[in-house]
Design a protein. Structure first.
Length: 249
């Protein structure tokens, strides 16, 4: 009984965070920082290889993926540059930090340079959606014209019935109709089908445009924030590049 009470007291006793534990905690953060940077390089290579620089869709999606994966290098760099007051930065570690500090600047600039490319790709994809819709409508009009011309040339009641059935006109509406009335029904069915197809295509176009706008805003704002974050890391890690002055102070 006494033994159990003693174990309970030992478990509930507060633990003092010593300088050694603090150093090991920061060492863990630095280790995770290196791992995140390694995984970031793998992710970036997977995104950019193989390159398809003439494909605006690939460029747009790649920029979006670069924005989505930016948290990993940002966290990795943050963990690596975290130091406590009692930290001793060796010469080799300091060299690595200096390289990473300078590396953050061009990465930030590259992200900002992706903004014009992202905007241009957004406009190109928007034009592509409109062109696709226009081509689709032109093809539909051509099909309607061909069907209408064929309808005007048909004189056989059986052929009219077959055409009406192919247009999903109910059999009750076909039976007993004169060729003229049947032609009128078929013509109306063609116009109705064309109008429905137009409305469906237009709704799809609006939905694609809405999705494109949302993605464009997310990506283009994302590259700005990402670029600013990397440049800020470069500015705030100036102490690694001015270590002699920091030591003297």
């Amino acid at each position: 009984m006494m033994k159990k009470k003693r174990e309970t007291l030992l478990i509930k006793k507060p633990i003092e965070i010593t300088e050694t534990i603090e150093k090991r905690s920061f060492a863990l953060l630095h280790f995770v920082g290196y791992i995140l940077l390694i995984f970031s390089c793998i992710d970036y290579l997977g995104i950019l290889i193989p390159p398809r620089l003439t494909d605006p869709s690939w460029e747009f999606q790649s920029i979006g993926q670069l924005v989505d994966h930016v948290w990993a290098p940002l966290l990795g760099l943050t963990f690596l540059f975290l130091q406590n007051k009692s930290s001793i930065v060796g010469t080799k570690q300091l060299t690595i930090l200096q390289v990473l500090s300078w590396f953050a600047l061009p990465i930030g600039i590259l992200y900002l340079l992706l903004l014009p490319l992202g905007i241009n790709n957004s406009l190109t994809l928007y034009k592509s959606i409109n062109n696709q819709f226009t081509i689709q409508q032109a093809q539909q009009q051509e099909q309607i014209q061909k069907i209408t011309e064929s309808l005007n040339q048909i004189t056989s009641t059986q052929e009219l019935n077959n055409l009406a059935i192919s247009l999903n006109i109910q059999n009750e509406a076909i039976v007993g109709q004169s060729p003229k009335n049947l032609k009128n029904q078929i013509s109306q069915a063609i116009q109705t089908a064309a109008q429905n197809a137009y409305l469906t295509a237009n709704a799809a176009k609006r939905e694609q445009t809405k999705i494109l706008i949302k993605q464009s805003v997310k990506i283009n704002v994302g590259v700005i924030i990402s670029g600013i974050c990397f440049i800020t890391i470069w500015k705030l890690t100036r102490w690694t590049r001015m270590i002699d002055k920091n030591v003297n102070q």
